[in-house]
Design a protein around this ligand. Structure first.
Ligand code: ZN
Ligand code: ZN
Length: 255
């Protein structure tokens, strides 16, 4: 007798899913904003969306590496990119990697909260579409994880972001355009002076014909020093890529 209502509930949810009633389901299940925990039908409540991703939160950034610049430097390269131009051409980000948004990234990366990847993709798509004069890449490629890290985590967070991003931009996705040829320590766990050596020759392009003469969009969750993205862009360029644009959810601001 006790089991009857539970079976009924499962049946109801199953029927809703079967009819594609995800909007209705969202209304039935408790949901809260990932940032402020306010009740919200979306992962980000309207107040947080405005506070962290609205026009007021927009920052002038170096078009090449996305480091923040003073408002007067709109459209100019930062000093670092002028002195030592990176292998990539453009970097677009949705936010700075700082409190409280860094918590979302950690939840996606280490907390298995995969729904956040869809949110990151939507915010990144908005950043891409709001960027004046940005040409869409021909192909998107996630920053690959090494086999050991992929096995430990069970998913590549960059690929989880790249999938919905590719769909919403109407750009093809190639999950294995690039691969890791040797397992590297996480850049964050390596002393800054050893990071260049840690990431050197980390990537390979199994099918260079896919890359030749094309504009490749590289997707990742976080950009810190930019060395990983630089190494991947250099590898893509060595295999004939015409242009490399990084599409990254969050950028660590310089200290
Ligand atoms: Zn909120
Ligand atoms: Zn720069």
């Amino acid at each position: 007798m006790l089991a009857t209502p539970r079976i009924g509930t499962i049946d109801t949810i199953g029927a809703l899913l079967h009819r594609g009633g995800s909007a209705l389901l969202r209304g039935l299940l408790p949901a809260s904003c990932a940032l402020c925990a306010a009740a919200s039908g979306e992962l980000l409540c309207p107040a947080c969306a405005v506070q962290f991703f609205g026009a007021e939160a927009a920052v002038v950034r170096c078009p090449c590496c996305a480091n923040p610049l003073p408002d007067s430097a709109q459209g100019q390269l930062c000093g670092g990119c002028r002195v030592e131009p990176p292998a990539f051409d453009v970097t677009l980000v949705a936010a700075d990697y700082a409190m409280p948004l860094d918590q979302l990234v950690l939840q996606l990366k280490f907390g298995h909260r995969l729904a956040l990847a869809t949110l990151f993709a939507r915010l990144l798509r908005d950043a891409v579409l709001q960027q004046p004069g940005f040409t869409l890449p021909a192909l998107l490629c996630p920053v690959p994880l090494g086999p050991r890290r992929l096995a430990e985590r069970g998913y590549n967070q960059a690929l989880e972001i790249a999938r919905p991003l590719a769909r919403s931009l109407g750009v093809a996705l190639h999950p294995r355009l690039a691969c890791r040829v040797h397992e590297t320590a996480a850049q964050s766990s390596v002393a800054p002076e050893q990071r260049r050596r840690n990431i050197a020759a980390a990537f390979a392009i199994p099918d260079a014909a896919l890359v030749q003469g094309r504009h490749i969009g590289v997707v990742d969750d976080v950009m810190t020093s930019g060395r990983t993205l630089n190494e991947l862009a250099a590898t893509l360029k060595r295999h004939g890529a015409a242009r490399v644009s990084n599409l990254v959810f969050a950028r660590t601001p310089p200290h």
